[in-house]
Structures are given as structure tokens and as C-alpha cells.
Write a protein that binds this ligand. Structure first.
Ligand code: THU
Length: 162
């Protein structure tokens, strides 16, 4: 038996104000993206903002549906928009934030496994890592560089690519 140990590291900032101007701006876009969240069932608003190499910003917010499984997370709304419309303009960074009136969010909300799997595919496709900024309105901001940090056992099979 061989025991393997995987070490990951990420950065925690006490406040979003400690980030550089471009990342602070991206966080503000993620906050703005929550305005279009359609979340009458969970009452949990999520906003995602992607910054592309060209400087273009893409927004996404969670879109729920009365047929619950038909809804989609904010991250995948933004990422699929990118894949459909800007696939040759690499994603540099993604900011994600959330808000609910139901309880206090005191630490950043991490993306679900399905969103990470989608991020992984696009990161591999573009060949450069995406910086993910998890930001909560009050409290710390976490910065995670690259999907391998987030999801060390991600599913990826190059032979499926033909
Ligand atoms: N949600 C996201 O938008 N992103 C995630 O990574 C996790 C969850 C949404 C889905 C649903 O609309 C609400 O948050 C509650 O789960």
C-alpha cells in the first residue's frame, strides 16, 4: 500500500480591497451579476464574472426553474456563454459571489463539482489556468489558482477527444 498525500494552497485576503484593481473590479461585476439571479426557490443569489484576455467581462447568475433540475448555477451560465461566444479569448479569472437574506454568509461560497468540471474542461482547452476569486460581501476572499488546486481528481480523458 502506498499512501499519497496531495497538498493544495490558496490565498486568503482579509478583504476584497486587498486585491489588485482588476480583480476588485471583477468582484464588483460578480456582485452586479446577482441582480439578474432568478432564484425564487432557493432565495440564494449567486453571481459570476469572467475576465477574458481581451479585457471583456462576461456575467452569469444562477437561473432556477420550477422543474428544479432544469436550473443552472451562475458559474456554468457564464462559462457556457464563454464557450458558445468567445472560445478563442482565454479566461484569465472568474469571480464568484453569493447573497441571501435567509442567513449571513460569513465565508466565500465555493463552486459546486459540476461547475468545477466544466471549468476544468475549458481550462484544458485554452491551455492556461484560470484564477478563481471567491468573494463574499463581508469577510475573507479566497483566490485559487487553477483547477488542479480545486479538483485534484478531476475527470479528464484525452482519448475521448479523438
Ligand atoms: N449555485 C450556484 O449558482 N453556483 C454554485 O456553485 C452552487 C449553487 C446555485 C444553484 C441554486 O440556484 C442555488 O445556488 C442554491 O443551490
Amino acid at each position: 500500500m502506498i499512501e499519497h498525500e496531495i497538498k493544495i494552497s490558496f490565498q486568503e485576503y482579509g478583504s476584497v480591497k486587498e486585491l489588485d484593481a482588476a480583480d476588485q473590479n471583477l468582484c464588483q461585476h460578480a456582485v452586479n451579476a446577482m441582480e439578474n439571479s432568478h432564484s425564487p426557490y432557493s432565495k440564494f443569489r449567486v453571481g459570476a464574472a469572467l475576465r477574458l484576455q481581451s479585457g471583456k467581462i462576461i456575467l452569469g447568475s444562477n437561473q432556477e426553474n420550477a422543474a428544479y433540475p432544469s436550473g443552472l448555477c451562475a458559474e456554468r451560465v457564464a462559462l457556457f456563454h464563454w464557450g458558445a461566444n468567445h472560445p478563442n479569448d482565454p479566461i484569465e479569472a472568474m469571480a464568484v459571489t453569493a447573497y441571501t437574506e435567509e442567513f449571513a454568509l460569513l465565508k466565500p461560497v465555493a463552486s459546486c463539482g459540476s461547475c468545477l468540471q466544466v471549468l476544468a474542461e475549458y481550462e484544458k482547452k485554452q491551455g492556461t489556468p484560470v484564477k478563481t476569486i471567491l468573494y463574499c460581501l463581508e469577510g475573507p476572499t479566497w483566490v485559487i489558482n487553477g483547477i488542479e488546486t480545486f479538483l485534484p481528481f478531476l475527470f479528464f480523458e484525452e482519448r475521448l477527444n479523438g
